[in-house]
Design a binder for this molecule. Structure first.
Ligand SMILES: [Zn+2]
Length: 91
């Protein structure tokens, strides 16, 4: 669906009119209507900017969660060996 809009008038009060030539014009000022693109360039830029901030954050969260799942076993083993060594030295 392609929407048309007048770049000069308030979008609330716009209404389309067909000129004698057959192309759509603004009912208020009589200016040619402009096609409204489905996705604007501004939206794409905003999306890229937002994702550049959010993606590292999401990545670090995933990395943190992965580390929390994996490392405790290694730590307990290291501590266990250390405790055994200490116990042997004491006795
Ligand atoms: Zn207009």
């Amino acid at each position: 669906m392609v929407r048309y809009y007048c770049p000069y008038c308030n979008p609330k009060y716009q209404f389309q009119k067909q000129s004698l030539k057959g192309n759509l014009i603004c009912g208020l000022c009589g200016e040619d209507l402009v096609k409204k693109p489905f996705i604007r360039l501004n939206q794409i830029i905003a999306l890229v900017a937002a994702s550049s901030f959010l993606l590292p954050l999401i990545y670090t969260f995933i990395f943190l969660i992965k580390n929390q799942i994996n490392t405790p076993n290694k730590n307990y083993q290291a501590n266990g060996i250390l405790i055994i060594i200490i116990k042997e030295k004491i006795s």
